[in-house]
Design a protein. Structure first.
Length: 99
């Protein structure tokens, strides 16, 4: 099953971690899911894999977000060279699992 998260204004936290508020469009986002930005490659760089490290909603840490639910994800982009790609993304971007 495809999973899609509509991300708004990604914020750099530290090293390879980003905070991403938004909502689940399809599926259920769970801890450990690997999502990729649905955006064209930036130069020679393909969209990086983003691992869901934490999920929160209404100030509470949870293990998953159901379809239609809003919340924030803490994602890890494994390589620091992915930072340039992440910073170049538009303010609203879809993060999807690979089909």
């Amino acid at each position: 099953m495809s999973k899609t998260f509509e991300a708004h204004q990604m914020t750099f936290i530290a090293k390879t971690l980003w905070f991403v508020p938004g909502r689940v469009v399809t599926g259920e986002i769970e801890l450990g899911d690997v999502l990729r930005p649905d955006a064209p490659p930036s130069g020679d760089m393909a969209p990086p894999n983003c691992k869901v490290m934490a999920i929160e909603t209404y100030g509470e840490a949870i293990d998953f977000l159901s379809e239609g639910t809003t919340g924030g994800l803490v994602i890890q982009v494994p390589h620091t060279e992915g930072d340039a790609f992440m910073q170049a993304l538009p303010s609203v971007v879809l993060l999807k699992t690979e089909d």
